[in-house]
Design a protein around this ligand. Structure first.
Ligand code: ADP
Ligand code: MG
Length: 606
Protein backbone atom coordinates (compact mmCIF):
# COMPACT_ATOMS: atom_id res chain seq x y z
CA UNK A 1 0.00 0.00 0.00
CA UNK A 2 1.31 3.31 -0.88
CA UNK A 3 1.11 5.85 1.92
CA UNK A 4 2.16 9.33 2.39
CA UNK A 5 4.82 9.37 5.06
CA UNK A 6 4.24 11.26 8.21
CA UNK A 7 5.96 14.59 8.24
CA UNK A 8 8.57 13.56 10.75
CA UNK A 9 9.53 10.45 8.81
CA UNK A 10 9.74 12.33 5.57
CA UNK A 11 11.93 14.93 7.21
CA UNK A 12 14.29 12.30 8.52
CA UNK A 13 14.66 10.70 5.13
CA UNK A 14 15.15 13.99 3.39
CA UNK A 15 17.54 15.22 6.04
CA UNK A 16 19.71 12.22 5.39
CA UNK A 17 20.60 13.58 2.02
CA UNK A 18 21.98 16.78 3.40
CA UNK A 19 23.13 16.03 6.91
CA UNK A 20 25.67 13.27 6.92
CA UNK A 21 28.15 14.35 9.53
CA UNK A 22 28.92 17.23 11.88
CA UNK A 23 30.72 18.98 9.05
CA UNK A 24 27.47 19.19 7.08
CA UNK A 25 25.81 21.02 9.95
CA UNK A 26 28.72 23.36 10.56
CA UNK A 27 28.88 24.18 6.91
CA UNK A 28 25.21 25.12 6.71
CA UNK A 29 25.29 27.16 9.91
CA UNK A 30 28.42 29.03 8.92
CA UNK A 31 27.06 29.75 5.47
CA UNK A 32 23.91 31.09 7.03
CA UNK A 33 25.96 33.31 9.33
CA UNK A 34 27.93 34.66 6.40
CA UNK A 35 24.74 35.26 4.44
CA UNK A 36 23.39 37.18 7.42
CA UNK A 37 26.09 39.79 7.00
CA UNK A 38 28.04 38.86 10.13
CA UNK A 39 31.48 40.39 10.68
CA UNK A 40 32.35 38.03 13.51
CA UNK A 41 31.62 34.32 13.74
CA UNK A 42 32.54 31.85 16.44
CA UNK A 43 32.31 28.13 15.85
CA UNK A 44 32.63 25.77 18.74
CA UNK A 45 32.49 21.99 18.62
CA UNK A 46 32.66 19.22 21.18
CA UNK A 47 33.42 15.58 20.47
CA UNK A 48 34.01 16.26 16.83
CA UNK A 49 30.67 18.06 16.69
CA UNK A 50 28.64 15.01 17.60
CA UNK A 51 27.87 16.27 21.09
CA UNK A 52 27.74 19.96 20.35
CA UNK A 53 28.04 22.50 17.59
CA UNK A 54 27.59 26.13 18.49
CA UNK A 55 27.76 28.87 15.89
CA UNK A 56 27.43 32.44 17.02
CA UNK A 57 27.31 35.41 14.68
CA UNK A 58 26.67 39.13 14.91
CA UNK A 59 24.65 39.22 11.71
CA UNK A 60 21.13 40.36 10.91
CA UNK A 61 19.35 38.01 13.27
CA UNK A 62 15.88 36.59 12.56
CA UNK A 63 12.72 38.49 13.32
CA UNK A 64 10.47 37.13 16.05
CA UNK A 65 7.66 36.12 13.77
CA UNK A 66 10.01 34.44 11.31
CA UNK A 67 11.88 32.25 13.71
CA UNK A 68 9.74 29.16 13.28
CA UNK A 69 9.32 29.69 9.57
CA UNK A 70 13.07 29.50 9.13
CA UNK A 71 12.89 25.84 10.16
CA UNK A 72 10.27 24.88 7.59
CA UNK A 73 11.41 22.99 4.55
CA UNK A 74 11.93 25.23 1.52
CA UNK A 75 11.76 28.26 3.75
CA UNK A 76 14.31 30.77 2.59
CA UNK A 77 14.63 34.50 2.50
CA UNK A 78 17.16 34.35 -0.29
CA UNK A 79 15.17 33.59 -3.41
CA UNK A 80 11.58 33.98 -4.41
CA UNK A 81 11.59 33.20 -8.10
CA UNK A 82 13.34 30.75 -10.34
CA UNK A 83 15.14 33.52 -12.15
CA UNK A 84 16.78 34.58 -8.89
CA UNK A 85 18.88 31.44 -9.16
CA UNK A 86 20.92 33.01 -11.92
CA UNK A 87 21.95 36.00 -9.88
CA UNK A 88 22.59 34.35 -6.53
CA UNK A 89 25.03 36.09 -4.30
CA UNK A 90 24.33 34.13 -1.14
CA UNK A 91 25.82 30.81 -0.13
CA UNK A 92 22.48 29.19 0.70
CA UNK A 93 19.23 29.28 -1.22
CA UNK A 94 17.47 25.92 -0.94
CA UNK A 95 15.84 26.71 2.38
CA UNK A 96 16.39 23.15 3.56
CA UNK A 97 19.30 23.27 5.92
CA UNK A 98 17.65 24.35 9.13
CA UNK A 99 14.76 21.95 8.60
CA UNK A 100 17.16 19.08 7.98
CA UNK A 101 19.38 19.90 10.92
CA UNK A 102 16.45 20.26 13.29
CA UNK A 103 15.05 16.92 12.17
CA UNK A 104 18.05 14.95 13.38
CA UNK A 105 19.20 16.81 16.48
CA UNK A 106 18.24 19.16 19.29
CA UNK A 107 18.50 22.77 18.27
CA UNK A 108 18.50 25.84 20.44
CA UNK A 109 18.27 29.11 18.56
CA UNK A 110 18.92 32.48 20.12
CA UNK A 111 18.45 35.40 17.85
CA UNK A 112 17.75 39.09 17.82
CA UNK A 113 17.45 41.70 15.11
CA UNK A 114 18.80 45.15 15.87
CA UNK A 115 15.41 46.81 15.44
CA UNK A 116 13.69 44.66 18.05
CA UNK A 117 14.13 45.17 21.78
CA UNK A 118 14.21 41.53 22.80
CA UNK A 119 15.39 38.43 21.09
CA UNK A 120 13.88 34.98 20.74
CA UNK A 121 14.82 31.61 22.06
CA UNK A 122 13.49 28.65 20.13
CA UNK A 123 13.97 25.01 21.08
CA UNK A 124 13.35 22.34 18.47
CA UNK A 125 13.99 18.67 19.14
CA UNK A 126 13.79 16.24 16.25
CA UNK A 127 11.83 18.74 14.21
CA UNK A 128 9.28 19.41 16.99
CA UNK A 129 9.04 22.89 18.42
CA UNK A 130 9.48 22.55 22.19
CA UNK A 131 9.34 26.20 23.11
CA UNK A 132 9.44 29.65 21.58
CA UNK A 133 9.87 32.59 23.91
CA UNK A 134 11.29 36.07 24.11
CA UNK A 135 14.68 36.38 25.72
CA UNK A 136 17.54 38.81 26.15
CA UNK A 137 20.12 38.36 23.44
CA UNK A 138 22.80 40.38 21.68
CA UNK A 139 22.13 41.27 18.04
CA UNK A 140 22.78 38.30 15.80
CA UNK A 141 22.19 34.60 15.99
CA UNK A 142 23.45 31.67 18.01
CA UNK A 143 22.60 28.15 16.89
CA UNK A 144 23.36 25.36 19.29
CA UNK A 145 23.00 21.91 17.80
CA UNK A 146 23.41 19.07 20.23
CA UNK A 147 23.03 15.31 20.28
CA UNK A 148 23.31 14.85 16.57
CA UNK A 149 21.39 11.79 15.32
CA UNK A 150 19.99 11.15 18.82
CA UNK A 151 16.74 10.04 17.20
CA UNK A 152 18.37 8.03 14.42
CA UNK A 153 21.05 6.12 16.33
CA UNK A 154 21.82 3.86 13.36
CA UNK A 155 23.32 6.81 11.62
CA UNK A 156 25.73 7.52 14.41
CA UNK A 157 27.54 4.35 13.42
CA UNK A 158 28.46 5.84 10.08
CA UNK A 159 30.31 8.69 11.68
CA UNK A 160 34.07 8.51 12.06
CA UNK A 161 35.71 8.94 15.42
CA UNK A 162 35.59 12.32 17.14
CA UNK A 163 39.09 13.23 15.97
CA UNK A 164 38.34 12.63 12.32
CA UNK A 165 34.99 14.41 12.41
CA UNK A 166 36.58 17.31 14.26
CA UNK A 167 39.40 17.51 11.74
CA UNK A 168 36.97 17.76 8.89
CA UNK A 169 35.21 20.63 10.63
CA UNK A 170 38.49 22.42 11.35
CA UNK A 171 39.67 22.00 7.79
CA UNK A 172 36.45 23.50 6.52
CA UNK A 173 36.64 26.34 9.02
CA UNK A 174 40.22 27.07 7.95
CA UNK A 175 39.14 27.33 4.36
CA UNK A 176 36.06 29.41 4.95
CA UNK A 177 37.98 31.78 7.24
CA UNK A 178 40.44 32.25 4.43
CA UNK A 179 37.77 32.82 1.83
CA UNK A 180 36.08 35.43 4.00
CA UNK A 181 39.13 37.12 5.42
CA UNK A 182 37.20 40.30 6.19
CA UNK A 183 35.16 38.31 8.72
CA UNK A 184 36.64 37.56 12.12
CA UNK A 185 36.55 33.83 12.82
CA UNK A 186 37.29 31.91 15.94
CA UNK A 187 37.25 28.14 16.12
CA UNK A 188 37.07 26.29 19.42
CA UNK A 189 37.44 22.57 19.79
CA UNK A 190 36.69 20.87 23.11
CA UNK A 191 37.19 24.16 24.89
CA UNK A 192 40.46 25.16 23.24
CA UNK A 193 40.97 27.77 20.59
CA UNK A 194 42.19 26.21 17.36
CA UNK A 195 42.70 29.51 15.58
CA UNK A 196 41.30 32.95 15.37
CA UNK A 197 41.62 35.44 12.58
CA UNK A 198 41.68 39.18 12.76
CA UNK A 199 39.17 39.71 9.99
CA UNK A 200 41.10 42.66 8.59
CA UNK A 201 40.71 41.52 5.00
CA UNK A 202 44.40 40.80 4.58
CA UNK A 203 44.80 37.35 3.09
CA UNK A 204 48.41 36.77 3.91
CA UNK A 205 47.74 37.77 7.46
CA UNK A 206 44.83 35.36 7.55
CA UNK A 207 46.89 32.53 6.08
CA UNK A 208 49.50 33.14 8.78
CA UNK A 209 46.86 32.97 11.52
CA UNK A 210 45.35 29.76 10.25
CA UNK A 211 48.36 27.87 8.94
CA UNK A 212 51.36 28.59 11.14
CA UNK A 213 53.31 25.82 9.41
CA UNK A 214 53.36 27.65 6.11
CA UNK A 215 56.35 29.88 5.67
CA UNK A 216 54.73 32.99 4.31
CA UNK A 217 58.08 34.34 3.17
CA UNK A 218 57.83 31.73 0.45
CA UNK A 219 54.40 32.76 -0.72
CA UNK A 220 53.97 35.18 -3.58
CA UNK A 221 50.81 36.96 -4.58
CA UNK A 222 49.10 36.25 -7.87
CA UNK A 223 46.64 38.44 -9.64
CA UNK A 224 44.95 38.52 -13.00
CA UNK A 225 41.77 39.88 -14.47
CA UNK A 226 40.31 38.95 -17.82
CA UNK A 227 36.87 38.92 -19.45
CA UNK A 228 34.97 39.16 -16.20
CA UNK A 229 37.14 36.53 -14.53
CA UNK A 230 39.43 37.43 -11.67
CA UNK A 231 42.13 35.26 -10.09
CA UNK A 232 44.02 36.18 -7.00
CA UNK A 233 45.67 34.52 -4.07
CA UNK A 234 49.02 33.25 -2.96
CA UNK A 235 51.22 30.50 -4.29
CA UNK A 236 54.51 29.13 -3.08
CA UNK A 237 57.81 29.98 -4.68
CA UNK A 238 59.69 26.93 -5.94
CA UNK A 239 61.51 26.97 -2.58
CA UNK A 240 58.47 25.62 -0.80
CA UNK A 241 56.74 22.53 -2.08
CA UNK A 242 54.97 19.56 -0.58
CA UNK A 243 54.80 15.86 -1.31
CA UNK A 244 51.00 16.00 -1.55
CA UNK A 245 48.35 18.35 -2.90
CA UNK A 246 46.96 18.89 0.58
CA UNK A 247 48.21 22.44 0.82
CA UNK A 248 46.15 23.62 -2.09
CA UNK A 249 42.85 25.35 -1.51
CA UNK A 250 40.70 26.64 -4.32
CA UNK A 251 37.81 29.01 -4.00
CA UNK A 252 35.34 29.80 -6.70
CA UNK A 253 33.15 32.81 -6.00
CA UNK A 254 33.92 32.46 -2.33
CA UNK A 255 33.16 28.77 -2.09
CA UNK A 256 35.75 26.12 -1.42
CA UNK A 257 35.72 23.64 -4.23
CA UNK A 258 37.69 20.73 -5.54
CA UNK A 259 38.58 21.21 -9.15
CA UNK A 260 40.66 19.17 -11.52
CA UNK A 261 40.44 22.09 -13.90
CA UNK A 262 42.09 24.57 -11.54
CA UNK A 263 44.56 21.87 -10.52
CA UNK A 264 45.53 21.40 -14.15
CA UNK A 265 46.15 25.13 -14.59
CA UNK A 266 48.29 25.09 -11.48
CA UNK A 267 50.30 22.08 -12.60
CA UNK A 268 50.86 23.68 -16.01
CA UNK A 269 51.94 26.92 -14.39
CA UNK A 270 54.56 25.16 -12.26
CA UNK A 271 55.85 23.05 -15.11
CA UNK A 272 59.61 22.67 -14.77
CA UNK A 273 59.64 24.83 -11.65
CA UNK A 274 59.36 21.92 -9.24
CA UNK A 275 60.86 18.47 -9.14
CA UNK A 276 58.58 15.74 -10.32
CA UNK A 277 56.39 14.52 -7.48
CA UNK A 278 56.44 17.84 -5.62
CA UNK A 279 53.37 20.05 -5.32
CA UNK A 280 53.05 23.75 -4.65
CA UNK A 281 51.19 25.41 -1.83
CA UNK A 282 48.39 27.41 -3.37
CA UNK A 283 45.48 29.47 -2.18
CA UNK A 284 43.62 30.41 -5.31
CA UNK A 285 40.56 32.62 -5.37
CA UNK A 286 38.69 32.64 -8.62
CA UNK A 287 35.86 35.00 -9.27
CA UNK A 288 33.73 34.21 -12.29
CA UNK A 289 30.52 35.63 -13.65
CA UNK A 290 27.81 33.55 -11.87
CA UNK A 291 26.39 32.44 -15.18
CA UNK A 292 29.72 30.86 -16.20
CA UNK A 293 29.23 27.90 -13.91
CA UNK A 294 26.72 25.51 -12.51
CA UNK A 295 27.09 25.18 -8.73
CA UNK A 296 24.22 22.80 -8.49
CA UNK A 297 26.20 19.90 -9.84
CA UNK A 298 26.98 18.27 -6.49
CA UNK A 299 24.69 18.22 -3.46
CA UNK A 300 27.39 19.29 -1.04
CA UNK A 301 28.64 21.86 -3.48
CA UNK A 302 32.30 20.86 -3.36
CA UNK A 303 32.41 20.83 -7.12
CA UNK A 304 31.53 23.21 -9.88
CA UNK A 305 31.21 22.78 -13.60
CA UNK A 306 32.82 25.49 -15.66
CA UNK A 307 31.24 26.25 -18.98
CA UNK A 308 34.64 26.91 -20.49
CA UNK A 309 37.21 24.67 -18.86
CA UNK A 310 40.03 25.48 -21.25
CA UNK A 311 39.64 29.14 -20.48
CA UNK A 312 40.00 28.46 -16.74
CA UNK A 313 43.05 26.24 -17.23
CA UNK A 314 44.80 28.90 -19.29
CA UNK A 315 43.82 31.69 -16.96
CA UNK A 316 45.21 29.88 -13.91
CA UNK A 317 48.29 28.74 -15.78
CA UNK A 318 49.14 32.21 -17.06
CA UNK A 319 48.48 33.80 -13.71
CA UNK A 320 50.78 31.31 -11.99
CA UNK A 321 53.51 31.80 -14.58
CA UNK A 322 53.29 35.55 -14.08
CA UNK A 323 53.43 35.16 -10.31
CA UNK A 324 56.46 32.90 -10.53
CA UNK A 325 58.17 35.20 -13.00
CA UNK A 326 58.84 37.90 -10.45
CA UNK A 327 61.84 38.80 -8.37
CA UNK A 328 59.90 37.78 -5.26
CA UNK A 329 59.68 34.24 -6.61
CA UNK A 330 63.39 33.75 -7.14
CA UNK A 331 64.51 31.07 -4.70
CA UNK A 332 66.24 32.51 -1.66
CA UNK A 333 69.68 31.16 -0.89
CA UNK A 334 68.60 30.27 2.63
CA UNK A 335 65.88 28.05 1.25
CA UNK A 336 67.96 26.10 -1.14
CA UNK A 337 68.06 23.09 1.16
CA UNK A 338 64.31 22.86 0.99
CA UNK A 339 64.31 22.07 -2.70
CA UNK A 340 63.98 18.37 -2.34
CA UNK A 341 63.79 15.85 -5.05
CA UNK A 342 61.23 13.14 -4.38
CA UNK A 343 62.19 9.68 -3.19
CA UNK A 344 64.67 10.95 -0.67
CA UNK A 345 64.39 9.05 2.57
CA UNK A 346 62.80 11.92 4.42
CA UNK A 347 59.72 13.75 3.26
CA UNK A 348 59.59 15.89 6.34
CA UNK A 349 60.28 19.56 6.14
CA UNK A 350 63.01 20.86 8.37
CA UNK A 351 61.74 22.61 11.44
CA UNK A 352 60.53 26.06 10.48
CA UNK A 353 62.92 28.75 11.49
CA UNK A 354 62.33 30.45 14.77
CA UNK A 355 63.23 33.73 13.27
CA UNK A 356 60.65 36.40 13.14
CA UNK A 357 59.41 37.41 9.80
CA UNK A 358 59.32 41.09 9.57
CA UNK A 359 57.18 42.71 7.11
CA UNK A 360 56.60 46.22 6.14
CA UNK A 361 53.06 46.85 5.41
CA UNK A 362 50.50 49.46 6.10
CA UNK A 363 49.67 47.21 8.97
CA UNK A 364 52.57 46.06 11.02
CA UNK A 365 53.03 42.36 11.22
CA UNK A 366 55.27 40.02 13.06
CA UNK A 367 54.85 36.38 12.49
CA UNK A 368 56.65 33.64 14.28
CA UNK A 369 56.62 30.09 13.08
CA UNK A 370 56.28 28.37 16.32
CA UNK A 371 55.61 24.79 15.64
CA UNK A 372 56.43 22.48 12.78
CA UNK A 373 52.88 21.37 12.30
CA UNK A 374 53.79 20.01 8.95
CA UNK A 375 55.70 17.18 10.52
CA UNK A 376 52.47 15.62 11.60
CA UNK A 377 50.27 16.57 8.73
CA UNK A 378 52.52 16.03 5.76
CA UNK A 379 52.80 12.33 6.20
CA UNK A 380 49.12 11.84 5.71
CA UNK A 381 47.52 11.19 2.42
CA UNK A 382 44.06 12.36 3.23
CA UNK A 383 43.15 15.89 4.02
CA UNK A 384 42.83 15.41 7.74
CA UNK A 385 44.50 17.72 10.13
CA UNK A 386 45.73 16.35 13.40
CA UNK A 387 43.74 18.21 16.00
CA UNK A 388 46.18 17.52 18.77
CA UNK A 389 48.89 19.27 16.87
CA UNK A 390 46.56 22.01 15.90
CA UNK A 391 45.76 22.58 19.49
CA UNK A 392 49.34 22.56 20.61
CA UNK A 393 49.99 25.41 18.23
CA UNK A 394 49.57 28.46 20.33
CA UNK A 395 47.63 31.38 19.08
CA UNK A 396 49.67 33.84 17.19
CA UNK A 397 49.96 37.25 18.62
CA UNK A 398 49.19 40.15 16.40
CA UNK A 399 52.18 41.28 14.66
CA UNK A 400 55.03 43.84 14.89
CA UNK A 401 57.48 44.69 12.19
CA UNK A 402 60.99 45.54 11.52
CA UNK A 403 62.42 45.12 8.09
CA UNK A 404 62.10 43.37 4.80
CA UNK A 405 60.20 44.57 1.87
CA UNK A 406 57.22 42.44 1.06
CA UNK A 407 54.43 44.66 -0.04
CA UNK A 408 51.54 42.64 0.73
CA UNK A 409 48.70 44.84 -0.22
CA UNK A 410 49.68 45.38 -3.81
CA UNK A 411 48.73 42.19 -5.56
CA UNK A 412 50.90 42.65 -8.59
CA UNK A 413 54.63 42.06 -8.52
CA UNK A 414 56.65 43.12 -11.50
CA UNK A 415 58.21 40.55 -13.83
CA UNK A 416 61.83 39.79 -13.07
CA UNK A 417 64.11 42.25 -14.85
CA UNK A 418 67.37 40.91 -16.21
CA UNK A 419 68.17 44.37 -17.54
CA UNK A 420 68.84 45.74 -14.08
CA UNK A 421 71.47 43.12 -13.20
CA UNK A 422 75.12 44.02 -12.80
CA UNK A 423 77.42 41.07 -13.42
CA UNK A 424 80.40 40.73 -11.15
CA UNK A 425 82.13 37.67 -12.59
CA UNK A 426 82.21 33.99 -11.73
CA UNK A 427 83.38 31.87 -8.83
CA UNK A 428 84.64 28.28 -8.96
CA UNK A 429 84.30 28.61 -12.74
CA UNK A 430 80.70 27.54 -12.21
CA UNK A 431 78.64 30.31 -10.65
CA UNK A 432 77.94 33.74 -12.08
CA UNK A 433 77.54 36.50 -9.52
CA UNK A 434 75.26 39.48 -10.05
CA UNK A 435 73.52 42.18 -8.07
CA UNK A 436 70.76 44.68 -8.46
CA UNK A 437 69.63 47.41 -6.14
CA UNK A 438 68.74 45.24 -3.18
CA UNK A 439 69.59 41.65 -4.03
CA UNK A 440 72.57 39.48 -4.70
CA UNK A 441 72.20 36.64 -7.23
CA UNK A 442 74.12 33.51 -7.99
CA UNK A 443 73.52 31.80 -11.33
CA UNK A 444 74.44 28.19 -11.95
CA UNK A 445 76.11 28.46 -15.30
CA UNK A 446 75.46 24.81 -16.10
CA UNK A 447 71.76 24.98 -15.28
CA UNK A 448 71.41 28.19 -17.33
CA UNK A 449 73.07 26.59 -20.29
CA UNK A 450 70.88 23.56 -19.99
CA UNK A 451 67.75 25.70 -19.96
CA UNK A 452 68.87 27.67 -23.01
CA UNK A 453 69.75 24.60 -25.03
CA UNK A 454 66.62 22.81 -24.02
CA UNK A 455 64.37 25.63 -25.17
CA UNK A 456 66.31 26.08 -28.38
CA UNK A 457 66.08 22.41 -29.24
CA UNK A 458 62.39 22.28 -28.52
CA UNK A 459 61.66 25.34 -30.62
CA UNK A 460 63.96 24.24 -33.43
CA UNK A 461 62.28 20.84 -33.43
CA UNK A 462 58.90 22.46 -33.87
CA UNK A 463 59.76 25.05 -36.45
CA UNK A 464 60.13 24.55 -40.18
CA UNK A 465 63.33 26.42 -40.70
CA UNK A 466 66.39 24.93 -38.99
CA UNK A 467 69.34 27.04 -38.00
CA UNK A 468 72.27 24.85 -39.01
CA UNK A 469 75.97 25.42 -39.34
CA UNK A 470 78.30 23.22 -41.38
CA UNK A 471 81.38 22.08 -39.51
CA UNK A 472 84.81 21.68 -41.00
CA UNK A 473 85.51 18.26 -39.56
CA UNK A 474 82.28 16.28 -39.32
CA UNK A 475 82.19 13.90 -36.38
CA UNK A 476 81.13 10.30 -36.56
CA UNK A 477 78.90 8.37 -34.18
CA UNK A 478 78.16 4.68 -33.97
CA UNK A 479 75.09 3.08 -32.47
CA UNK A 480 75.04 -0.02 -30.33
CA UNK A 481 71.81 -1.11 -31.99
CA UNK A 482 70.96 -2.06 -35.54
CA UNK A 483 69.64 0.93 -37.37
CA UNK A 484 69.42 2.74 -40.67
CA UNK A 485 69.23 6.29 -41.97
CA UNK A 486 65.41 5.97 -42.25
CA UNK A 487 64.89 5.35 -38.55
CA UNK A 488 62.97 7.69 -36.29
CA UNK A 489 65.94 8.83 -34.23
CA UNK A 490 67.67 10.16 -37.33
CA UNK A 491 64.54 12.04 -38.24
CA UNK A 492 64.29 13.49 -34.72
CA UNK A 493 67.88 14.74 -34.75
CA UNK A 494 67.37 16.18 -38.22
CA UNK A 495 64.38 18.10 -36.92
CA UNK A 496 66.56 19.54 -34.18
CA UNK A 497 69.00 20.93 -36.71
CA UNK A 498 71.60 18.20 -37.22
CA UNK A 499 72.48 16.86 -40.66
CA UNK A 500 73.13 13.13 -40.64
CA UNK A 501 74.68 10.92 -43.30
CA UNK A 502 75.30 7.20 -43.44
CA UNK A 503 78.92 6.31 -42.80
CA UNK A 504 79.25 2.54 -42.87
CA UNK A 505 77.57 -0.14 -40.77
CA UNK A 506 75.59 1.45 -37.89
CA UNK A 507 77.81 4.52 -38.18
CA UNK A 508 76.81 8.03 -39.13
CA UNK A 509 78.56 11.26 -39.98
CA UNK A 510 77.34 14.65 -38.74
CA UNK A 511 78.43 17.44 -41.09
CA UNK A 512 76.05 20.12 -39.78
CA UNK A 513 74.96 21.08 -36.26
CA UNK A 514 72.54 23.64 -34.75
CA UNK A 515 73.99 27.15 -34.72
CA UNK A 516 73.67 27.61 -30.97
CA UNK A 517 76.04 24.78 -30.07
CA UNK A 518 79.77 24.31 -30.04
CA UNK A 519 81.14 21.24 -31.84
CA UNK A 520 82.05 19.62 -28.55
CA UNK A 521 78.58 20.18 -27.16
CA UNK A 522 77.00 18.85 -30.33
CA UNK A 523 79.15 15.73 -30.22
CA UNK A 524 78.25 15.08 -26.58
CA UNK A 525 74.62 15.79 -27.22
CA UNK A 526 74.28 13.40 -30.15
CA UNK A 527 76.20 10.64 -28.47
CA UNK A 528 74.08 10.96 -25.32
CA UNK A 529 70.93 11.13 -27.36
CA UNK A 530 71.82 7.91 -29.15
CA UNK A 531 72.87 6.21 -25.90
CA UNK A 532 69.58 7.06 -24.27
CA UNK A 533 67.38 5.65 -27.01
CA UNK A 534 65.39 2.77 -25.59
CA UNK A 535 62.97 2.15 -28.40
CA UNK A 536 63.25 3.79 -31.78
CA UNK A 537 59.53 3.35 -32.43
CA UNK A 538 58.82 5.62 -29.47
CA UNK A 539 60.69 8.43 -31.16
CA UNK A 540 57.66 9.82 -32.93
CA UNK A 541 56.15 10.74 -29.58
CA UNK A 542 56.98 14.32 -28.64
CA UNK A 543 56.90 13.59 -24.92
CA UNK A 544 59.54 10.89 -25.33
CA UNK A 545 61.65 13.18 -27.51
CA UNK A 546 61.28 15.98 -24.99
CA UNK A 547 62.61 13.71 -22.23
CA UNK A 548 65.53 12.66 -24.40
CA UNK A 549 66.40 16.26 -25.17
CA UNK A 550 66.31 17.04 -21.47
CA UNK A 551 68.63 14.20 -20.61
CA UNK A 552 71.03 14.89 -23.41
CA UNK A 553 71.19 18.63 -22.71
CA UNK A 554 72.18 17.93 -19.17
CA UNK A 555 75.01 15.66 -20.13
CA UNK A 556 76.26 17.77 -22.99
CA UNK A 557 77.13 20.80 -20.95
CA UNK A 558 80.03 20.78 -18.61
CA UNK A 559 80.42 22.98 -15.59
CA UNK A 560 83.82 24.43 -14.80
CA UNK A 561 84.21 26.40 -18.00
CA UNK A 562 85.80 29.70 -17.27
CA UNK A 563 83.60 32.37 -18.82
CA UNK A 564 84.80 35.81 -19.82
CA UNK A 565 82.63 38.83 -19.03
CA UNK A 566 81.53 38.85 -22.69
CA UNK A 567 80.50 35.22 -22.46
CA UNK A 568 78.65 35.83 -19.19
CA UNK A 569 76.68 38.63 -20.79
CA UNK A 570 75.92 36.55 -23.86
CA UNK A 571 74.75 33.64 -21.73
CA UNK A 572 72.57 35.87 -19.56
CA UNK A 573 71.14 37.53 -22.62
CA UNK A 574 70.09 34.15 -23.96
CA UNK A 575 68.73 33.09 -20.60
CA UNK A 576 66.66 36.23 -20.32
CA UNK A 577 65.01 35.35 -23.61
CA UNK A 578 63.91 31.94 -22.40
CA UNK A 579 60.27 31.29 -21.72
CA UNK A 580 61.25 30.03 -18.30
CA UNK A 581 64.62 31.43 -17.30
CA UNK A 582 64.13 30.43 -13.66
CA UNK A 583 64.80 26.73 -13.67
CA UNK A 584 66.48 24.01 -15.64
CA UNK A 585 64.15 21.52 -17.35
CA UNK A 586 64.39 19.23 -14.30
CA UNK A 587 63.15 21.83 -11.86
CA UNK A 588 66.43 22.98 -10.34
CA UNK A 589 66.69 26.73 -10.05
CA UNK A 590 68.98 28.44 -12.55
CA UNK A 591 69.65 31.14 -10.00
CA UNK A 592 69.07 32.00 -6.38
CA UNK A 593 69.03 35.23 -4.48
CA UNK A 594 69.95 36.76 -1.15
CA UNK A 595 68.36 40.01 -0.21
CA UNK A 596 70.46 42.79 1.18
CA UNK A 597 68.52 42.40 4.38
CA UNK A 598 69.35 38.70 4.62
CA UNK A 599 73.02 39.47 4.16
CA UNK A 600 72.92 42.15 6.79
CA UNK A 601 71.11 39.84 9.14
CA UNK A 602 73.68 37.12 8.57
CA UNK A 603 76.36 39.56 9.64
CA UNK A 604 74.21 40.57 12.60
CA UNK A 605 74.11 44.13 11.38
CA UNK A 606 70.37 44.27 11.88
P1 ADP B 1 18.78 28.95 3.13
O1 ADP B 1 20.08 29.34 3.73
O2 ADP B 1 18.96 28.05 1.96
O3 ADP B 1 17.90 30.11 2.84
P2 ADP B 1 18.28 27.70 5.67
O4 ADP B 1 17.37 26.58 6.05
O5 ADP B 1 19.73 27.49 5.86
O6 ADP B 1 17.97 28.04 4.17
O7 ADP B 1 17.83 28.99 6.44
C1 ADP B 1 16.51 29.45 6.31
C2 ADP B 1 16.41 30.94 6.52
O8 ADP B 1 16.69 31.24 7.90
C3 ADP B 1 17.42 31.75 5.73
O9 ADP B 1 16.97 32.03 4.45
C4 ADP B 1 17.55 33.01 6.60
O10 ADP B 1 16.55 33.92 6.30
C5 ADP B 1 17.32 32.49 8.01
N1 ADP B 1 18.58 32.28 8.74
C6 ADP B 1 19.20 31.11 8.97
N2 ADP B 1 20.34 31.28 9.69
C7 ADP B 1 20.46 32.60 9.92
C8 ADP B 1 21.41 33.44 10.61
N3 ADP B 1 22.51 32.91 11.20
N4 ADP B 1 21.19 34.76 10.64
C9 ADP B 1 20.10 35.31 10.06
N5 ADP B 1 19.16 34.58 9.38
C10 ADP B 1 19.32 33.25 9.31
MG1 MG C 1 21.38 28.04 4.58
Amino acid sequence: MIKILEKQVADKIAAGEVIERPLSIVKELIENSIDSGATSIVCEIKNGGKALIRVTDNGSGIEKDQVETAFLRHATSKITQVKDLDSLDTLGFRGEALASIAAVSRVQLLTKVASEKTGTELLIHGGQVISNKPTGSPDGTTMVVSDMFYNTPARLKFLKNDGAEGSAVIEFMSQIALAFCHIKFRVINNGKIVFSTIGDGNRLNTIASIYPNIDIKNLVPIYNEEDGYKVEGFISTPAMSKPTRNSQVFFVNGRVIESKVIEKGLVNGYRERLFEGRHPVAFIFLQTPPSSLDVNIHPNKRQVRFNNEQKIIELIQNTVIMGLGTKESVVRAENIFKLREPKKTTTIDPKPTQEQIHIYNSKVLNIENKKPRELETEKKDDKTIDIKTLLSTKQQEPLTIEEEMIKIDSPINKPFEFDTLKYLGTIFDTYILATDENCFYMFDQHACHERIHYEKFVSQYNQEEKLRQPIMFPFVISTSFDTSIDDNWVNALTKMGFAIEEFGFNSFRIPEIPTFMTIKEAENFVSDFVDNIKDDNQLTNTVVIDKLIMKSCKASIKANDKLTMEEIKALMDQLSKCQNPFSCPHGRPTFIKMTKYEIERTFKRV
